[in-house]
Design a protein around this ligand. Structure first.
Ligand code: C2E
Ligand code: MG
Ligand code: MG
Ligand code: MG
Length: 280
């Protein structure tokens, strides 16, 4: 009986695996078309200063709106794109589109201090990546010091020396670098010292438990203290409650983003939120 049960679950397991592979393949095929058919778009989430609530920047976040109107969240397709070379085309499109939009906003008189763009692992390690960024900056006219590229902590940890070398190359363009989802990696905090980064983004998981977990408050405090010594700016992500923001303020966190103040917004919605157009 046990044997039969074991076999049964093996069959079930391999069917489930095959099903998953098929669905991944389907998504990656649809995604290739999505890029061609302009089904990809960017939303922008405002970031604010913790001390006075002023806008400090925006983060471009990728969205896939299928032709039937359904929205596919990035967590469902970016990891699949990452397994193929598709992520390179998508990543290039994101960077170019975000920079063009940002440049347009700056020319229109919108006061947006910086633009953050997420970079995937594979994109970051692509041979011509630094040249791509350089080309896009020149093409769109975005001042390098206003562009902040976000690389997740896990990407840096996986391939530390190579990543640090690549980060130095990017810094030579005059851009800013951010370590995204910080605190979720397995490394000691000391490695922060060697990173040529300008910002760390505190992962949402810590913010979520900030109010009720003394341990997480201690972790956040330790990260903030260390960041201060190493001169990193800290941005907290996923701030949903005033109480979380109060604690972050008390601990000396500089910037935040989160549903408390604003969700990621489509272009038009962001424009109506900001409206700092030349005085009429
Ligand atoms: P991320 O870069 O850490 O982005 C922050 C995520 O947190 C976004 O999810 C945002 O919508 C969400 N968020 C912001 N504030 C709150 C909040 O108060 N509560 C909650 N529950 N969530 C909040 P999103 O847009 O679904 O993106 C998920 C992840 O997908 C991103 O995490 C990033 O890793 C990746 N991603 C998004 N766009 C791109 C892109 O253009 N390129 C690459 N490589 N990755 C991207
Ligand atoms: Mg990010
Ligand atoms: Mg993040
Ligand atoms: Mg995150």
């Amino acid at each position: 009986m046990a044997k039969r049960g074991g076999q049964g679950s093996y069959v079930f397991f391999s069917q489930a695996m095959a099903e998953k592979e098929r669905s991944k393949l389907a998504i990656s095929n649809q995604l290739r078309d999505a890029l061609r058919n302009h089904e990809l778009l960017l939303h922008y989430q405002p970031q604010y200063r913790v001390d006075n609530g002023a806008l400090s920047g925006i983060e471009a976040l990728l969205r896939w709106q299928r032709s039937d109107g359904t929205m596919v969240p990035p967590g469902e397709f970016i990891p699949i794109a990452e397994e193929t070379s598709l992520i390179q085309d998508i990543g290039y499109w994101v960077m170019k589109t975000a920079c063009a939009q940002y440049s347009f906003w700056l020319n229109q008189g919108y006061k947006i201090p910086h633009l953050s763009v997420n970079v995937s692992a594979r994109q970051f390690h692509t041979a011509g990546f630094v040249q791509q960024v350089e080309y896009i900056l020149r093409d769109t006219g975005v001042p390098p010091s206003r562009l902040l590229l976000e690389i997740t902590e896990s990407v840096v940890l996986e391939n530390r020396l190579e990543s640090i070398a690549r980060m130095h190359q990017l810094k030579e363009l005059g851009i800013l670098l951010s370590i995204d989802d910080f605190g979720t990696g397995y490394s000691s905090l000391a490695y922060l010292r060697d990173l040529p980064a300008d910002e760390v983004k505190l992962d949402r998981s810590f913010i979520h438990t900030l109010v009720h977990s003394e341990q997480d408050r201690a972790i956040v405090k330790a990260i903030l203290d260390l960041a201060r010594v190493f001169r990193f700016t800290v941005t907290a992500e996923g701030v949903e409650e005033q109480e979380q923001l109060d604690i972050l303020k008390h601990l000396g966190c500089q910037h935040y983003q989160g549903f408390l103040t604003s969700r990621p917004l489509p272009v038009k919605a962001l424009e109506s939120l900001l409206t700092p157009l030349p005085a009429s």
